[in-house]
Design a protein around this ligand. Structure first.
Ligand SMILES: Cc1cc2nc3c(=O)[nH]c(=O)nc-3n(C[C@H](O)[C@H](O)[C@H](O)COP(=O)(O)OP(=O)(O)OC[C@H]3O[C@@H](n4cnc5c(N)ncnc54)[C@H](O)[C@@H]3O)c2cc1C
Length: 383
């Protein structure tokens, strides 16, 4: 117990105050819960999955799956948060998708009806910077843009505190255990008891959820930020949109230069498999060269001087869907992980879901497709 008395008991402890944990803490505190939130870093840190100025948001999905209703609810919650905080969290820029039909991000207008297909002439008239090679398909989604992740997290943590949550940063959780029908959480500074536990530890999920042996892996992702040499084509202030490219060189995403930050590009697959404790933070020249090559081929004038390059981590489940569930052996414990490279936009809804699971025992959202039971019921234990 590290010499600390077990003085305080909470309704719910949330471990990990990144995208998902900040949202969950707010949603729980709003529901009148006495919440303790714990994170081993300080808000806005760049060690996990939620830093780097922007996260794309859209309503469409790439497959016929259950994400569209969650995205629609996410837009509502982000807008409510903007009103409540007076902060500008979400900016709509529109999104162009340019892909070969074999790509897994090819535009499919039958999915949800959020995108319009553009032929080469229409694309050229509206967004003259893109180069549509033979055989490619292009689309435009008007209701898409980006969230400001650091501001989203800060806003939710501030509001959670306003609603009475106690948040402790720079405090690492080393262990949790079921304690009667509650939980005991041990940290580098002390121990805490609560009736419920929420685990939202992002790329560190495999550590505190090791007993579930979830089929997740952590992928190193590199983002480059470039000063466009054609700002008339690639600055948001001049009408440039977010973009997705499904090309033989890989699956790429990004956003134009906006609010003084350079045009951002990243490859969403094929990164090194790593762990949150061992990720290689150095970035090779060849990784930047590859981004430039792709931009020069499909978006000439986008890549001038390199302004910044950062590493970040995706946590991917084996089927690429998120995992949001109750612990199979401890019903007072719920968790969310495996949010891949598209989780941020949903984080406010994930917070709502996890808070409902804690306070009501069920959620209004259809999350059956996110259950851990899809990997085998019950999930295998690590001995
Ligand atoms: C480069 C990149 C681009 C992306 N682009 C998009 C995008 O455009 N749109 C989109 O929707 N999504 C995007 N994503 C995905 C999205 O950002 C993630 O899915 C989301 O941020 C994951 O949030 P999280 O809460 O699971 O993890 P995090 O935000 O990393 O939070 C986990 C927290 O847990 C804490 N923690 C871990 N272990 C412990 C412990 N033992 N004790 C205490 N604290 C602990 C960590 O310090 C951290 O703060 C992108 C991700 C990356 C990396």
């Amino acid at each position: 117990m590290k010499g600390t008395t077990l003085a305080t008991t909470y309704d719910t402890i949330v471990i990990g105050l990144g995208a998902m944990g900040s949202a969950t803490s707010l949603q729980l505190a709003r529901r009148g819960q006495r919440v303790l939130g714990l994170d081993m870093f300080t808000p806005g840190h760049d060690q996990g999955s939620s830093h780097g100025h922007h996260r794309m948001i859209r309503k469409s999905s790439f497959r016929d799956d259950g994400y569209v209703p969650l995205a629609e609810r996410a837009f509502e919650i982000w807008r409510e948060l903007e009103e409540e905080t007076g902060r500008n969290l979400l900016r709509i820029l529109g999104e162009v998708r340019l892909a070969y039909p074999s790509s897994d991000i090819r535009p499919d207008p039958t999915l949800g009806g959020f995108i319009e297909i553009l032929d080469e002439q229409q694309l050229g008239e509206r967004f003259p910077g893109f180069r549509m090679h033979e055989g490619m398909v292009a689309s435009y989604e008007a209701e898409a843009g980006f969230l400001r992740p650091e501001a989203c997290i800060a806003s939710q943590l501030e509001l959670a505190e306003k609603h009475g949550a106690e948040l402790r940063h720079s405090e690492e959780v080393t262990k949790w255990s079921a304690d009667g029908d509650g939980v005991l959480v041990e940290t580098t500074r002390g121990s805490y008891r609560a009736g419920h536990l929420v685990i939202t530890t992002g790329p560190w999920a495999a550590e505190l959820l090791s007993d579930l042996n979830l089929p997740i892996s952590v992928m190193r992702i590199v983002n480059g930020y470039f000063e466009p040499s054609r700002p008339d084509w690639w600055r948001a202030e001049n009408g440039a949109p977010d973009f997705l490219l499904g090309v033989p060189e890989g699956g790429y995403y990004g956003m134009p230069s906006v609010e003084g930050i350079g045009l951002k590009i990243g490859r969403h697959e094929n990164g090194e498999i790593t762990t949150a404790r061992t990720i290689r933070r150095e970035i090779d020249g060849s990784e930047i060269d590859m981004m430039r090559r792709v931009l020069d081929l499909y978006m000439p004038g986008a890549s001038g001087a390199l302004l910044q390059a950062v590493t970040c981590m995706y946590t991917n489940s084996v089927d690429d869907d998120f995992i949001v569930d109750r612990h199979p052996e401890h019903e007072q414990v719920v968790f969310g992980c495996g949010f891949s490279g598209r989780g941020f936009k949903f984080s406010c809804v994930v917070g709502e879901i996890l808070a409902e699971l804690v306070t009501e025992g069920a959620t209004r959202h259809d999350i059956t497709f996110l259950s851990s039971h899809r990997f085998g019921s019950p999930p295998a234990r690590v001995m």
